[in-house]
Design a protein around this ligand. Structure first.
Ligand code: SF4
Ligand code: FES
Length: 236
């Protein structure tokens, strides 16, 4: 089948304004959008810029806006767009570095702010530190996060509030707040208990809709809100 792609092009070093460039690609219905992008780059236009690495929904690098919805180009099949043009744009609310490549620095900085690693002050045991039974069940969804940024980019609050921590940071906060081995629960809850933190979320659910790893992002955010109400109220 012949597919028509309209792709956002912008090189801030050269262009005054972004533009959309049209490409036509022959593709099998079972091929992915990423396969078509690669064909465009390798056979038609080597100047087209986008990120990709694993090609299989693991690295998170090819997140972009595909016909208006954030997602991974390597997970979207051509057949699901039959009969329409495919419009590819960079993740919204992120600074464009070139074409479909956005600056991820601020996003990653916000995730690292919540200290996405286990903090235990007790001396290490002889063998491994063990979680309490049930911990694993609580977090076996959030540990699937690949930091693709689709959730944060798709969130309407991100578009309105440049200081908003964003759903991906909360997914990582959830992981350590509910891990019984971590002893920073109180500090972690206090850190996100702010208007630009967890209370910036007003349940649009767009993060949950777009997450390529099917993480219940909004549910995780609401679990943190409940924990703040329960734990911080107790310690007031
Ligand atoms: Fe991507 Fe989902 Fe992680 Fe958000 S929660 S960064 S959409 S994998
Ligand atoms: Fe790695 Fe798509 S290329 S997730």
């Amino acid at each position: 089948m012949e597919m028509t792609f309209k792709i956002f092009r912008f090189d801030p070093d050269v262009d005054k304004e972004p533009r959309y460039q049209t490409y036509h690609v022959q593709a099998e219905p079972s091929e992915r959008i990423l396969d078509c992008l690669n064909r465009i780059k390798w056979e038609q236009d080597g100047t087209l810029a986008y990120r990709m690495s694993c090609g299989h929904g693991v690295c998170g690098s090819d997140a972009m806006k595909i016909n208006g919805r954030c997602g991974l180009a390597c997970q979207k099949l051509v057949k699901d767009y039959a009969g329409s043009d495919i419009v590819l744009e960079p993740l919204p609310s992120f600074k464009v570095l070139k074409d479909l490549i956005v600056d991820m620095d601020l996003f990653l900085k916000r995730v690292s702010l919540i200290r996405p690693y286990l903090i235990c002050s007790s001396p290490p045991p002889e063998k491994e530190r063990q979680q309490e039974p049930g911990d694993n069940k609580k977090m076996n969804e959030v540990i699937r996060c690949i930091l693709c940024a689709s959730c944060t980019a798709a969130c309407p609050v991100t578009a309105e509030n440049e200081n908003y921590l964003g759903p991906a940071a909360f997914v990582w906060a959830f992981k350590y707040i509910f891990d019984s081995r971590d002893d920073q629960t109180l500090e972690r809850l206090k850190q996100v208990d702010t208007p630009d933190g967890i209370w910036g979320c007003v349940n649009h659910f767009e993060c949950t809709r777009v997450c390529p790893k099917e993480i219940p992002v909004t549910k995780s955010i609401n679990a943190i809100k409940r924990e703040i109400r329960n734990v911080l109220k107790e310690t007031d």
